[in-house]
Design a protein around this ligand. Sequence first.
Ligand code: FAD
Ligand code: NAD
Length: 452
Amino acid sequence: MESYDVAVIGMGPGGEQVAGTLAERGLRVLGIESNLLGGECPYWGCIPSKMMIRAADALAEARRVPQLAGSVEGIRPDWDLVARRIRDEATDNWDDRAAVERFTGKGGTFVRGKGKVAGTGRVEVDGVSYAIAKGIVVATGTRPSIPPIDGLAQVPFWTNHEAIEARKLPASLIVLGGGAIGCELAQVFARFGVRVSVVESADHLLPPEEPEAGQLLRSVLEAEGVQVHVGVSARRVDRDGGGIAVTVGTGPVLRAERLLVATGRQADPVAAGLDTVGVDPSARTAPVDERCRVADGVWAVGDLTGQGAFTHVAMYQADIVIRDILGEDGPAADYRALPRVTFTDPEVGSVGLSEQRARERFASVAVGSATVPSTARGWIHKVGNEGLVKLVADADRGVLVGATSMGPAGGEVLGALTLAVHAQVPLDTLRSMIYAYPTFHRGIEDALRDLS
Ligand SMILES: Cc1cc2nc3c(=O)[nH]c(=O)nc-3n(C[C@H](O)[C@H](O)[C@H](O)COP(=O)(O)OP(=O)(O)OC[C@H]3O[C@@H](n4cnc5c(N)ncnc54)[C@H](O)[C@@H]3O)c2cc1C
Ligand SMILES: NC(=O)c1ccc[n+]([C@@H]2O[C@H](COP(=O)([O-])OP(=O)(O)OC[C@H]3O[C@@H](n4cnc5c(N)ncnc54)[C@H](O)[C@@H]3O)[C@@H](O)[C@H]2O)c1
């Protein structure tokens, strides 16, 4: 039986980081990936979707020119340019040769296949066993979660994979799920001329975020022609000629050429063999401690851990696991100041707790907010200036425990708020600092004044 120091099962952003770094540090590392080395983020997630968003935002900015600067003749969206950029620049036509060479160049051994933990110190890849001396790291990510809606299994639909791979856009699209994927892609496709409807079962878009943000995003999308249905679930799905019909609650039947299902993700700890090292077979995610340990000699990172399905979480956890395997000191995982950004226009950035979550946790909560158009920079920006800053403080300790920054560059403004929550900067310190004029981040100062 071949033996290695470390096996990494699943080579998305989390697994790739662990495997590559440990190989560079001289360990004998076996990297196992059933699909493409790099995972969702570079091939069907963050990177190609943000390229799509970049293109859609360029169109939106061009359409704003008449209100600010004159006229732009003949804006003609051309999806072919985006589809080609995704093939040529982002995904190498979904070929991971360069990533595999990067990993083997660091000294790692790569095997393509389905891996699983087979008890302590052992992994199996498609029936072949390997002995693992120091540690097994499981980073198998998630796959789309498909809701049990009558008729859905009988019709063709897109998940993020088909949406990212699209060479040609449909004339119309129903998006099931108004979360991060649903909202980002709905806006992209609408800006390229697709008639888009979004169906979200929660009572506002982006349900984990502040309701104000979800409501504002809804009005922005509607102003761009997207039909938004919130607080209703799809009851059934049927074929409708060459397209799809979705019956929403007791209400309308939506019809479109295509359906995109973006209703969340699911992990599978048992498929990764984690039950063989003591994980409850009914667990929906891999239970990890503050060092991402699952059991003796077994770690998990990334979406599989359920600590936030973001590339930056996978990479943050990867660094913790690398240190733990190498026996190096360093801080344990701390998710209090976990930032997330939905890259719609306006961007919706948030960190830490929402007001509701904070009220569940702390006796005395203060909130303050400011709208972007009411700031000097927002007013100057004019068209496309929708947004807000909302702060949530634990009033007893006088520190921020959560914040939202929505607006143009909302994800960038979030940086200052993430630092404040992470470092527990006293509110008085935040109030006494100087905010450059006229920046979007001056909205933070206005919201601090509003805290009560
Ligand atoms: C459309 C979209 C846009 C996104 N945008 C952003 C964004 O802007 N910012 C952000 O932070 N996050 C974004 N995300 C989320 C981000 O892609 C994920 O959080 C990240 O990829 C998770 O990394 P991971 O390493 O946990 O798993 P994954 O990237 O899911 O990788 C897991 C890998 O494991 C492999 N695998 C699974 N089972 C096995 C097995 N048994 N054996 C071998 N290999 C296996 C899979 O093939 C896969 O390659 C986006 C996601 C999507 C879908
Ligand atoms: N910018 C980013 O960082 C970014 C972008 C895209 C995705 N992601 C990550 O990928 C994950 C998956 O994205 P997602 O959008 O699929 O999941 P999500 O959990 O963010 O959103 C899914 C949405 O679908 C809704 N929903 C569930 N069942 C439904 C049904 N039957 N009918 C109507 N609505 C239903 C949920 O209420 C939820 O709002 C995200 O949670 C996020 O962590 C991140």
